[in-house]
Design a protein around this ligand. Structure first.
Ligand code: SF4
Ligand code: SF4
Length: 113
């Protein structure tokens, strides 16, 4: 599967049913600043981004004029390192698409890929 030209039309790597999906390490937590407690929490000894409706709580899903879904990271400049490392078109990105694209497309049928 080829990655879409624009991550805003995809958002797949921000989705997961797991509560322990987006790791938040010490530097990540500091970068979140005053928003850290709202956006992230500890599960055992590790911190993770909070999840809501099957995706990271920092993800905002909007509709364009044509009704197509657009996916925005609301903390893009301060997102955790693990998100920064997952480049569009990387093996990790392609793995995400392979395992979850259909699931996300089912939730957002007008999504373009
Ligand atoms: S990095 Fe890959 S999986 Fe994530 S939004 Fe971009 S194209 Fe989609
Ligand atoms: S922090 Fe941003 S890029 Fe990372 S999973 Fe959440 S919404 Fe996606």
């Amino acid at each position: 599967m080829n990655p879409p030209a624009d991550c805003r039309r995809c958002g797949v790597c921000c989705f997961s049913e797991s509560a322990e999906y987006v790791w938040v390490r010490g530097d990540d937590w500091s970068r979140l600043g005053a928003e850290a407690e709202r956006l992230a929490h500890f599960i055992g000894n590790h911190a993770f981004m909070r999840m809501r409706d099957g995706h990271c709580t920092a993800l905002d899903v909007r509709r364009d004029a044509a009704g197509g879904a657009e996916f925005f990271c609301t903390i893009y400049e301060n997102r955790p390192e693990i998100c920064r490392d997952l480049g569009r078109g990387s093996p990790e990105c392609l793995g995400e698409l392979e395992t979850k694209a259909a699931q996300v497309a089912a939730k957002f049928p007008s999504r373009e890929v």
